[in-house]
Design a protein. Structure first.
Length: 698
C-alpha cells in the first residue's frame, strides 16, 4: 500500500483514506494506493463495503496538475476508476470540501455517494484547456442526462451539495465526520440489502442537436476549444457503447493535452498562485488592517470603498466639498445594492455597511485612526502632493498612505511626506469592486512590511495582486501605451480601427483597443496625449484624428459617439463614418499611401509590440518575473486566459521568430521597434520567459 492511502477496518466495512496534502490530488502514489486498497479489501475476509474518504480539507481536487505534460504513468486514472467501479464490494464515496475533476470521477465510480452540506463538486477541466479524462463525459450523462452534464462540463462551474443532490449526482447529504457518516451509510446500505450499482451500466440518455450544442459552446468560449470538444465527448456517451465512449474520451483528452491552450491555461493556474509569492516578503509580517480611508468619492474611490466594505473593513471616505458627500454615499450604496440584488449580502448587512461601517465626510481629521488610506483623486501631481501632505499631518504613526495613481511617480508623492517608508502605490482597476487586478507599486523607500500589507489587503479584497516598480504607467498601462501605439500606427498605414478590433476579438480579447477606448472615454487618452506632447520624441508617430473626434465633444460610449456610434437601447456600436473620413484626411496630409493588412499581421504586430515592451518592463525590474506581466494582462486588460498571458504566448510562438519580426518592423520604424535587450539575450541563450519564472521560484 502506498503511504498516501491508509486502510482501516470497522466491522465489515473497510475505509480507504486519501492522505495527499494539501488537496489530495491524484498523483501516481494515490492512484497506486487506491488500486491496492480495493484489492486488499477484496481479499480481506469479511469486508463487504469500502468507504473512500479524503483527509484534510478536501475529498479530492482532481488529477495532479503538476504531472501534466510529462509522460503518463500507470495506473492511468480511467483504469483506477474502472477498477473501483468493478469491485465486488459495495463502494461508497463520502465527500467533503471539494471533489473536482478526477476527484468527482472517482466518486462517480463509487456505487453510492454522500456528501457534507458544505461540499462542492465540479468538473473544472475546461479551465485547464482540457475535458474530463477519467470517464465523467461518459458516466455523468448516464447519471444526470445530457443537458445537465453539458452545463457542468462546458462551464467548469462548481455546484454545492444541495444542487448536486437535486441533479442526482449524489445520493444523500449527511453532516458529520466524513469517515463516520460514510461507515454509517455503508452499514445501512448493507442492512437494507443494497446491491452494487455501476453508473457505466446505466442506460445512455437521449441524443440532442449535437452540432448546435458544439457551435454554441465554441461561440461562448471565444476561441477556446475544450468546451466544444466536451460536447463531442458527451455525444460519444450517447452514440457509442461505454467502452468505446471511454476510448473516444481518452483520445480527445490526450489530443487536448498536446495543445498550446492547455499549456497556456495551466500556466495561468500556477501563475495566479505564484504571483503573491515573493521572496522579499518571506517572513515579513504585514501590519494590522481593520479600517481603511479613501480620498475621493468618484467612480474609483467609491469602487475601492465598496470593495473594502464587502471584505469587512470599516471605511472613512473623504470628499472635497460638502455638496459631494451625498453623491459619494449614493455611489457606494448603488454598488452595494448590486451585491444585495445578486444575493451576495443580506438586507441587514447592506444596512450595516451603508450606515455603521461607512463614514463619508469632508473632514480629514476623521482619518486619525485608520490603518491605511488610499487616495483616489484627480491624476495631477500637485493635487496628489497636497492630499499626501494633509494625510501626513492627520494619520496616526504606522498608518499606510497609498496612492491609486495609474502612472504618476510614487517616489515623488512619497517625498511630499515625512514618512516615505509608509507610502505605496495601490493601483486598482475600474470598477474597483469588480476588477480582480491590483498593482502594488513599490517606491524606493517603501518599507517591506508596507509591501506585505499591500498584498495582504489585496488578498482580503479577493484581488490578484502584482508587484510593480515605479515608472510611467507601471506594468499594465506602460505596456498598454505601447501596443496601443502599434495599433495607431497600423491605422495610419492602412488598417481600419474596425478591422483591428475584429482581428483582436478573434484572437480572443474581450474587446478590441478602439472599442475599449470608447468604453473608457476618449477624453482620457486625449488628456494623456496633451500631457506627453511637450516631452515627445520627434520620431514619435501620433495620430491627430482622434483629437478631432474629441474636439467635437465625442468621447465614446458616454457621449454616444466615438470610434463607434452607440444608438440608445442597442448593445455595442456601429463604425462611425466620420472617423473613416478623418483617418483618410490625415493619411493624405501625411503623404501616406494606405496598404492592406491581413488580420494575422495585425495580431502579430500588436502582440510583438506588447511582448517587446513587456520584456523591457521585466528587464528593467519594473516587473520581477514574466509571470507578473502575464497576470496583469490577464486580470486587468482582457487578455485571453487560454494563451496564459503575453509572455507565455511569446514562448509558445518561439522567441527567435518574434525577435526576427520585431527586427524586420524596425526597418520601417527603428525608433518605435527597438528590440528589448532581455528578448535579445534570451534568444541568444536559447532560453524562454518561463525559464526566468522557474529561476525566480528556486
Ligand atoms: C483532472 O482532474 C483531469 C481528469 O479529468 C483526468 C485525468 C486523466 N494538482 O488553490 P489553492 C495546489 S484535471 C496539483 O491555493 P484553495 C495548488 O497549486 C484537475 N496541485 O487553495 C496550491 O499549491 P501551492 C481538475 C494542486 O483552497 C495548493 O494546492 N481539478 C491541484 O484556494 C492549494 O491550492 C482542478 O482543476 C491539483 N489538482 O483552492 C482543481 N489543485 O500551495 C484545481 C490545487 O504550492 N484546484 N493544487 O501554491 C483548485 O481549483 C483549487 O486549488 C482548490 C483549492 C479549489 C482545490
Amino acid at each position: 500500500m502506498s503511504d498516501k492511502i491508509s486502510y482501516t477496518r470497522n466491522g465489515d466495512i473497510a475505509v480507504l483514506r486519501i492522505q495527499n496534502p494539501p488537496v489530495n490530488a491524484l498523483s501516481l502514489a494515490v492512484r497506486e494506493g487506491l488500486v491496492a486498497g480495493i484489492e486488499k479489501a477484496e481479499s480481506d475476509e469479511g469486508v463487504q463495503a469500502v468507504v473512500i474518504v479524503g483527509e484534510g480539507r478536501a475529498f479530492i481536487a482532481g488529477a495532479d496538475i503538476t504531472e501534466f505534460g510529462k509522460p503518463p504513468q500507470e495506473p492511468f486514472l480511467p483504469d483506477v476508476c474502472k477498477r473501483i467501479e468493478a469491485s465486488s464490494r459495495i463502494i461508497v464515496a463520502s465527500m467533503h470540501g471539494v471533489s473536482l475533476g478526477g476527484g468527482l470521477e472517482i466518486a462517480l465510480c463509487a456505487h453510492y455517494r454522500i456528501a457534507q452540506p458544505s461540499a462542492r463538486v465540479g468538473l473544472p477541466e475546461v479551465h485547464l484547456g482540457l475535458i474530463p479524462g477519467a470517464g465523467a463525459t461518459q458516466r455523468l450523462p448516464r447519471l444526470i442526462g445530457v443537458d445537465a452534464s453539458l452545463d457542468l462540463i462546458t462551464s467548469g462551474r462548481q455546484v454545492k451539495a444541495d444542487e448536486a443532490l437535486k441533479m442526482g449526482i449524489i445520493d444523500k447529504i449527511v453532516e458529520g465526520d466524513p469517515a463516520e457518516v460514510g461507515i454509517a451509510y455503508a452499514k445501512a446500505l448493507l442492512s437494507d440489502g443494497a446491491k452494487r450499482r455501476a453508473v457505466s451500466e446505466m442506460t445512455p440518455p437521449e441524443p440532442i442537436d449535437w452540432d448546435a450544442a458544439y457551435d454554441g459552446a465554441l461561440k461562448k468560449a471565444r476561441g477556446q476549444i475544450s468546451p466544444a470538444q466536451a460536447v463531442r465527448a458527451v455525444q460519444a456517451s450517447v452514440e457509442l457503447d461505454f467502452d468505446d465512449g471511454m476510448l473516444a474520451e481518452r483520445e480527445m483528452f490526450m489530443d487536448l493535452m498536446k495543445t498550446d491552450q492547455r499549456q497556456g491555461m495551466i500556466h495561468a493556474f500556477f501563475s495566479e498562485r505564484a504571483v503573491g509569492n515573493l521572496p522579499e516578503l518571506k517572513d515579513v509580517e504585514p501590519r494590522a488592517l481593520k479600517s481603511i480611508g479613501v480620498i475621493g468619492g468618484g467612480t474609483m474611490g467609491a469602487g475601492i470603498a465598496t470593495a473594502a466594505l464587502l471584505s469587512g473593513f470599516s471605511v472613512v471616505l473623504i470628499e472635497m466639498k460638502d455638496e459631494f458627500v451625498a453623491a459619494a454615499h449614493d455611489r457606494i450604496s448603488g454598488n452595494l445594492s448590486g451585491a444585495l440584488k445578486r444575493g451576495k449580502i443580506s438586507q441587514d448587512k447592506f444596512d450595516e455597511l451603508t450606515t455603521k461601517a461607512l463614514t463619508v465626510t469632508t473632514q480629514y481629521d476623521a482619518l486619525s485612526d485608520v490603518d491605511l488610506v488610499v487616495e483616489a483623486v484627480f491624476e495631477d501631481m500637485a493635487v496628489k502632493k497636497d492630499v499626501f501632505t494633509k494625510l501626513d499631518a492627520v494619520c496616526k504613526p504606522g498608518a499606510i498612505l497609498a496612492s491609486n495613481t495609474s502612472y504618476l511617480d510614487v517616489d515623488e508623492i512619497a517625498a511630499s511626506t515625512l514618512r516615505p517608508e509608509d507610502v505605496i502605490g495601490l493601483h486598482f482597476f475600474s470598477p474597483a469592486h469588480v476588477m480582480k487586478l491590483l498593482e502594488v507599486v513599490v517606491a524606493d523607500k517603501t518599507a517591506p512590511d508596507v509591501v506585505a500589507t499591500g498584498f495582504a489587503l489585496g488578498k482580503a479584497l479577493g484581488k490578484i495582486s502584482v508587484r510593480a516598480g515605479v515608472c510611467d504607467g507601471f506594468i499594465g498601462n506602460r505596456i498598454l501605451a505601447t501596443y496601443r501605439t502599434a495599433a495607431d500606427h497600423m491605422v495610419l498605414d492602412g488598417a481600419s480601427p474596425y478591422q483591428i478590433d475584429k482581428a483582436l476579438v478573434n484572437f480572443g480579447f474581450a474587446m478590441g483597443p478602439f472599442a475599449v477606448g470608447d468604453l473608457a472615454g476618449l477624453d482620457i487618452g486625449w488628456a494623456t496625449r496633451k500631457r506627453k506632447a511637450p516631452h515627445r520624441h520627434p520620431a514619435e508617430r501620433v495620430p491627430t484624428y482622434v483629437d478631432k473626434i474629441c474636439e467635437a465633444g465625442n468621447f465614446g460610449q458616454k457621449t454616444g459617439k466615438g470610434y463607434y456610434i452607440y444608438e440608445k437601447g442597442t448593445r455595442g456600436g456601429i463604425p462611425n463614418p466620420e472617423v473613416t473620413e478623418l483617418i483618410k484626411a490625415e493619411r493624405a496630409e501625411r503623404g501616406i499611401t494606405p496598404r492592406d493588412f491581413t488580420d494575422a499581421e495585425i495580431v502579430r504586430r500588436y502582440m510583438a509590440a506588447m511582448v517587446n515592451e513587456a520584456a523591457k518592463v521585466v528587464g528593467e525590474g519594473i516587473a520581477k518575473r514574466p509571470l507578473d506581466v502575464d497576470m496583469v494582462l490577464l486580470f486587468g486588460y482582457g487578455f485571453p486566459r487560454y494563451w496564459g498571458g503575453p509572455m507565455k504566448w511569446a514562448d509558445l510562438q518561439g522567441l527567435a521568430e518574434l525577435l526576427a519580426d520585431i527586427e524586420s518592423y524596425a526597418d520601417e520604424n527603428a525608433w518605435f521597434w527597438q528590440p528589448a535587450p532581455l528578448l535579445k539575450q534570451l534568444v541568444a541563450e536559447g532560453r524562454t520567459f518561463d525559464d526566468l519564472n522557474k529561476e525566480a521560484a528556486k
